[in-house]
Design a protein. Structure first.
Length: 223
């Protein structure tokens, strides 16, 4: 069983993502100025605290694509082995769809990253892959856990998930791997796509599991 988010949430997130995509693609001045100001502040702070930068270089990879794909694959297999087809399908869909979408946008849209960052990345930057992965993993975890938790557990799950996604987003900006608008775009992409995937999986017809069919009454032997 999966929790289902109100349809308005992913639709609003999708609209916000498309708007941000258009503004970034058009080089809208206010977005550029805000990106530049935040990134320059991050550059100054990072140069003054090189030890913190070293820690963030390691911590940010918790949402690297390799780790994201590995975790998603493990969860998919675990749910499949436990005969939870909807949960397995949801995990598989989120694991595959999110990297494909942000990777396609990287390929289609020219978006240089901040120069002289604390990490070297040469690909286009919108939306942030790390931020997309982290937000998608956090949201998927909440949707999977929600039906099994009580009120306090649900609040804790949401807070932990939000903190994880925000932490990864901050590391990408602090390391000058992305502009702030890139990580916002990653979060919006996940918020738009993950609930839609969950709804599609929840609406899919349930197939009977093998080995669970009831015997045909007409074939029972009579004494």
């Amino acid at each position: 069983m999966l929790a289902r988010m109100h349809r308005a949430v992913p639709l609003l997130a999708l609209a916000a993502f498309v708007l941000l995509l258009a503004l970034v693609g058009a080089g809208w001045g206010p977005v550029q100025r805000l990106d530049g100001a935040v990134s320059e502040a991050a550059r100054r702070y990072g140069r003054a605290h090189p030890g913190l930068v070293d820690v963030l270089r390691i911590a940010t990879d918790v949402a690297a694509t390799g780790a994201y794909l590995a975790a998603g694959t493990v969860l998919t297999v675990v749910h499949a082995l436990r005969r939870r087809p909807r949960r397995a399908a949801f995990c598989a869909a989120v694991t595959v769809t999110i990297p494909v979408l942000w990777g396609l946008l990287h390929w289609l849209m020219y978006r240089p990253r901040p120069t002289d960052g604390f990490v070297v990345v040469t690909s286009n930057g919108f939306p942030s892959g790390h931020a997309s992965n982290a937000a998608a993993a956090a949201l998927a975890a909440v949707l999977l856990l929600w039906p099994r938790l009580r009120r306090a557990g649900r609040v804790a799950a949401v807070l932990v998930a939000a903190a994880f996604a925000l932490f990864v987003a901050v590391t990408r900006v602090a390391l000058l791997a992305h502009w702030p608008s890139d990580v916002v775009g990653g979060g919006l992409l996940a918020l738009a796509v993950v609930p839609l995937l969950g709804g599609a999986v929840a609406r899919a017809p349930r197939r009977p599991l093998r080995g669970r069919r009831k015997p045909d009454a007409s074939r029972r032997r009579t004494s």
